[in-house]
Design a protein around this ligand. Structure first.
Ligand SMILES: Cc1cc2nc3c(=O)[nH]c(=O)nc-3n(C[C@H](O)[C@H](O)[C@H](O)COP(=O)(O)OP(=O)(O)OC[C@H]3O[C@@H](n4cnc5c(N)ncnc54)[C@H](O)[C@@H]3O)c2cc1C
Length: 387
């Protein structure tokens, strides 16, 4: 397994970076002011930057998951809220549909998202169930030939404007969340769907994160994805695929923060010399560089394992806990290197600091990542001692 990028991946990286510099950076302030990056997502579709891992026959690029982490890092380095909006649609929503949907579902609900014409959202979290995903209360009951959905979802990225949700609900209460959960496609325009509110966020401004209520929403049988009660397995597969991508989002922020600190420390002078000449500053830069490099390798490792069809339950959790915490530390250090100006909105550094805080929570908190890592480590130990 090579940790270096192939020629094709290098070319894709250059394309993604050029797009980010030419289109995302110029709109970063508008997005930060609250404008959802709808047109940018459409433009990314036109530039074939959406759906890198999915097969061409499903409307993807057929490039693999390493390319998906590449695009996540590049777009996020320019503006993390734009990347979060992109990934919620074309990674979180799209992946379970690509791997578990049937041909008709992919034609109707996946392809339009991968061209950027339509927006998707993944709806799992609820007011009473976050880390404990198997504890969701939203239900879908069978009524004759169709299904009826009732419940609430909160913190749903793209939730207020998505054309459709990839939603998890309980279909068999007696079996509980792990064995009685199913996945459904739910058009937002369905009767009984209400977007209750969009949250005001610490960072990731411009992203749309909503609370949604579902009251007696009728769904046709063809909106069930995969088999009935297969939902928890679909969810675990989705979370595995999502983790390297959201980690790469945080790497993108960290890279932007590091580069800002590097440049600033080179030109800012105090006591008659550039502040980089003070070891307190230059060693901070060194620590930031170490964290970036380690994050990139861990993310690439999990992306490559995904492309090899290997389990990344542990590798993905390791990448996520490390890269997301490192990103926040790097953004914090970058702010410190900037001194007072870093605390103002005159530079994007304060935005990096706020944006980087998010992914220690989203997609499974750092505590949950540590829980997964130790559980898998002890499982490895048990299987070694049985062998
Ligand atoms: C901006 C934003 C966007 C989001 N986007 C989406 C989305 O698109 N779709 C979606 O479905 N969800 C989304 N989420 C939800 C996100 O995944 C959850 O917030 C996250 O999983 C944590 O759940 P919670 O907020 O309910 O916290 P809780 O689960 O209530 O956790 C509270 C605290 O308890 C800790 N904790 C809980 N259980 C354990 C345990 N077993 N061991 C140790 N510590 C534990 C947690 O680590 C945390 O510190 C988003 C959240 C945010 C903030």
């Amino acid at each position: 397994m090579s940790l270096f990028l192939s020629k094709d991946e290098e070319a894709f990286k250059t394309k993604a970076r050029t797009f980010a510099e030419d289109h995302v950076i110029p709109q970063a302030n508008e997005v930060e002011a609250g404008k959802y990056p709808r047109e940018l997502i459409r433009d990314m579709g036109r530039e074939n930057l959406l759906g890198a891992p999915f097969s061409k026959s499903d409307g993807g690029q057929g490039l693999g998951w390493v390319s998906e982490v590449i695009v996540a890092e590049e777009i996020s380095a320019a503006n993390a809220a734009t990347e979060m909006s992109r990934a919620a649609s074309t990674t979180l929503y799209a992946a379970p549909l690509a791997y578990f949907g049937n041909n008709q579902q992919k034609k109707d609900f996946l392809r339009p998202v991968l061209t950027g014409e339509s927006i998707g959202a993944l709806a799992l979290t609820e007011p009473l169930a976050g880390s404990d995903a198997a504890g969701i209360r939203t239900t879908v009951a069978q009524r004759g030939d169709s299904y009826v959905l009732n419940g609430e979802k909160r913190f749903i990225t793209n939730g207020g404007l998505a054309d459709q949700y990839f939603l998890f609900a309980i279909t068999d209460r007696k079996k509980g969340g792990r064995r009685g959960m199913s996945a459904f496609l739910v058009p937002r325009e369905s009767s009984g769907v209400k977007v209750v509110k969009a949250y005001s966020l610490l960072g990731m401004r411009g992203a749309n994160v909503a609370h949604i209520r579902f009251r007696n929403v009728k769904l046709p049988p063809e909106n069930l994805v995969g088999r009935k009660n297969q939902g928890f397995d679909i969810l675990l597969d989705e979370l595995d695929r999502e983790r390297p991508v959201v980690s790469a989002e945080m790497l993108g922020i960290a890279r932007a923060a590091y580069e800002a600190a590097l440049e600033y420390s080179n030109k800012r002078e105090q006591f008659g010399r550039p502040i980089r000449e003070f070891q307190a500053i230059s060693f901070r830069i060194a620590d930031m560089a170490v964290k970036l490099e380690a994050s990139r390798l861990l993310i690439l490792n999990s992306g490559r394992l995904l492309d090899m069809g290997r389990s990344i339950r542990k590798a993905g959790a390791i990448a996520k806990v490390y890269a997301t915490e490192a990103s926040f530390e790097v953004a914090n250090s970058a702010l410190q290197v900037h001194g007072g100006i870093g605390y103002t909105r005159d530079t994007p550094v304060e935005r990096y600091f706020r944006d980087a805080r998010f992914m220690m929570i989203g997609g499974g908190t750092s505590d949950i990542m540590r829980h997964i890592i130790q559980r898998e480590a002890y499982r490895d130990l048990e299987s070694r001692s049985k062998a």
